[in-house]
Design a protein around this ligand. Sequence first.
Ligand SMILES: [Zn+2]
Length: 334
Amino acid sequence: VTGDRHTCVLCGGRDSEFVVTGYDRMQAREQDYRCVRCTGCGLLSLDPTPTPAEVAGLYPPDYQTRIAGPPRNFEKPINRLAVRYLYGVGSVGRSRWLRALFRGLSGRILAGIRERHGANRLLDVGCGSGQLLAAYRTLGWQVCGIEMSAEGCAVCAEKRLEVHHGTIFDAPFAAQRFDVILLSHVIEHMLDPVAVLTRAAAFLAPRGMIVVTTPNVRGVGFLVFGSCWFGLDPPRHVFLFDPHTIVLLAQRAGLTPMRVVTAASPRILCESRHYARTQGRQLPTALAHRQALLRESARRWKPYKIYRDVMSPLTLVLALCGRGDILEAELRAV
Ligand SMILES: [Zn+2]
């Protein structure tokens, strides 16, 4: 129990218990990171949480490409059909059966793409290099983004995407402008997730929807891999949620959770296993040893495709049981 050094952003509780020691496994650092769980609500967080000044220096130059994973292929015939019948703004597929069929068939590649909603105006908070925005634009949506990295914004500008370079707090978009707002792998990085979600809610049109995607600390990956779990990623991930705490977060921001599910992620399991095999649960103490270990680890080949194909059925079952490594919450304003 750490006492009053640490006040929970969700429940205001002051007591927490130690969970695991985490390490920056992308960029060797001298520090180790204490991950603690609030005894009041169960929120997992770093203790101490980084200061705003510290956060800026936490991202390696190739961070975007490391977390983005393999690109999706929208050009496959099955995906073109799925787009036409299900996802496209002008799509004509009305049959519920057809929609269910295509959602199932296209799930692996188009996972993360939402069905059309309202007037199809989308805001992607933390849009990176605009891969997802460009995909939605292809489907006929009006798209905008917010991105903090200058590199990401430059790529978005090349794609002629409307992206605000800055934070959600200084973004100039009009209130109630968007039908769907995505916060995909964003909220776990924020020092004040309640304030970020409250601000996002102000941009939401009536009947609009906020979709929060974030690692699920209650998933099987953290259970199995502990400090090697890819979703842990300290010190960049400040808060880690589960199906209970994501609901609390939504309520604190004045939003209503409509649907909270977990999704399978063979990729997270693959990356976690890679950390476990090439780095081990505990990193060596000396910085030079850490640097050598991480360099060697980055060089080693990851059997991602094999892993995905072998693990897919298993992770699908886990996801249905609420033990998937990704948490997805659909939130409404009412
Ligand atoms: Zn709490």
